[in-house]
Design a protein around this ligand. Sequence first.
Ligand SMILES: Nc1ncnc2c1ncn2[C@@H]1O[C@H](COP(=O)(O)OP(=O)(O)OP(=O)(O)O)[C@@H](O)[C@H]1O
Ligand SMILES: [Mg+2]
Length: 325
Amino acid sequence: MTAPLLEVGNLTKYFTLNSDMVSRIAGKTKTLKAVDDISFAIKAGETLGLVGESGCGKSTTGRLITRLIEPTAGTIRLKGEDMLSFDNARMRSVRKDVQLVFQDPYSSLNPRKTIMQILARPLEIHGLADGWRAKRERVLELLNLVGLGVEHIDRYPHEFSGGQRQRIAIARALSVDPELVIGDEPVSALDVSVQAQILNLLRELQEKFSLTYLFIAHDLSVVRHISDRVAVMYVGKIVESGPVEEIFARPQHPYTKALMAAVPEADPDKPAPKLTLHGEIATPIDPPPGCRLCKRCPIATPNCDTDPPPLREVAPNHFVACHNI
Ligand SMILES: Nc1ncnc2c1ncn2[C@@H]1O[C@H](COP(=O)(O)OP(=O)(O)OP(=O)(O)O)[C@@H](O)[C@H]1O
Ligand SMILES: [Mg+2]
């Protein structure tokens, strides 16, 4: 069997808060467990949707995989190779293979550069086009790929709509022929109708270039039509993962069922199990040792407070971290 394109093992990122000398002496240092021992793999050509509420650690996971930040512990393997052992030179060439598309296309494009300059820059950095003519040709090709044209090439980012700007950000990510594209809420800032267009575009491009996606969103319905598998995060932990149809038809974890409440019903005759949680999302700062949902969970038992529930396979490829399922 071939190795997955991306394999993340026990990935962990803790941030130390109040780490100054005075707080340390006073014992006031706190640990924010942004990503806490998560594992998943993505096969080539597959899309994994990573879903969860604000602050659960989705962006931190994306930033760890691109090595914008370094993990506290864990492994990241790209095509079987340990990415964390790569030196700077190796990492520069790997940066090309793993591209990030951010949520906000307003701040991710330099307002003082034209689209030609923005899209030509990665080609220059990675030596992918020689001379002005070759660069312009490649930039035009990229614009066409994302549904824009020659009339857009000399314009500045502020002259575009949000959807068009996200198309430019996608073109920039594709300019270096990546293998893995991490979309960090790439449609969350867009109107619903534009969201559908961008999701369709991402799907078309995936097919055309055999791309692999890690697609981050806070809303389950956004990942439904683009993902092969879904992983649900709550306060730094993956609480459930499985094939997309299975997660939507038979969500098992109380937190997934709660997220499901916001998803419009696809088939009213077969409503998906739903649940309402009470209280606020738990804090990732010095969290208690057990299940992070336990204070809000309607099926919690006393052991949930103290014992962290491991992910168990409840159906083929369907994993749930809950003591009471
Ligand atoms: N550099 C940092 N220093 C301290 N804490 C951080 C840092 N970066 C992120 N965090 C914290 O880590 C947690 C996870 O943040 P992250 O941005 O990964 O969440 P998210 O799931 O992407 O949320 P959102 O849906 O709002 O984008 C949050 O509590 C955040 O405040
Ligand atoms: Mg985020």
